[in-house]
Design a protein around this ligand. Structure first.
Ligand SMILES: C[S@@+](CC[C@H](N)C(=O)[O-])C[C@H]1O[C@@H](n2cnc3c(N)ncnc32)[C@H](O)[C@@H]1O
Length: 200
């Protein structure tokens, strides 16, 4: 028996994604089971309650997925951790070529395993983004809850040919060359906002 039924996952996600495509629920359920299993022996996320993992990690990531430009075809998730927001986005928008960049070995090993288990096409960059060849760019770069947003943004901005999508507590100083829209409140929380910046 899964920890949470697919119906329960859909109910928790309703404020973020009112009508989840039915084919994403089995994948989200499998992702949750794998994350709970790995998190019991290695610290991938401080959130341990399954409903909170669905609400905070899955919900916020899928909400970000709804706010991507319709023409986004490549996406880099900068500092993906246990896969957020890039992995739920890869589940929701399988037509986007998603790259998950994570420099910590145990986390990149987990997301590699999650991508394999879920049958996704996402790529993993198991190193710091700064070590990627300079010429590699992505339509959109996402950043969520990275520790040093100023440093991360200066490394992320040159990688974004079009958009930066940030899930963050406070609006950061925008990098030059991007115009940010008004912050979008994230459902069920007052502690973070969604910000989309578009290249001028
Ligand atoms: C606080 S965690 C947040 C993880 C995830 N985005 C989330 O919202 O749960 C930040 C992650 O970014 C990774 N990271 C920080 N700087 C990075 C860089 N330059 N390249 C790749 N990964 C980086 C860290 O190893 C860490 O796992």
């Amino acid at each position: 028996m899964p920890t949470l039924s697919e119906a329960r996952i859909a109910t928790i996600l309703a404020p973020f994604l009112p009508s989840p495509p039915p084919d994403i629920l089995p994948k989200l359920s499998a992702y949750l089971e794998l994350l709970l299993k790995w998190n019991a022996r290695t610290n991938l996320t401080a959130i341990r309650d399954p409903e909170e993992i669905v609400r905070r990690h899955f919900g916020e990531s899928l909400f970000a997925g709804l706010h991507l430009a319709s023409e986004a075809n490549t996406l880099l998730d900068f500092g993906s951790g246990a896969g957020f927001p890039g992995l739920p986005i890869a589940i929701l928008r399988p037509e986007i070529a998603v790259t998950l960049a994570e420099s910590q070995n145990k986390k990149s090993t987990f997301i590699q395993e999650a991508v394999r288990t879920l049958g996704l096409k996402a790529e993993i960059w198991a190193a710091r983004v700064e070590t990627m060849p300079q010429t590699i760019q992505f339509h959109t770069v996402t950043l969520r809850a990275v520790d040093n947003m100023v440093a991360a943004l200066s490394a992320a901005a040159p990688r974004a040919s079009n958009d930066l999508l940030l899930l963050t507590g406070l609006p950061p100083i925008p990098p030059t060359g991007f115009t940010f829209q008004k912050p979008i409140p994230i459902p069920t929380t007052q502690s973070s906002i969604l910000l989309r910046g578009t290249r001028d």
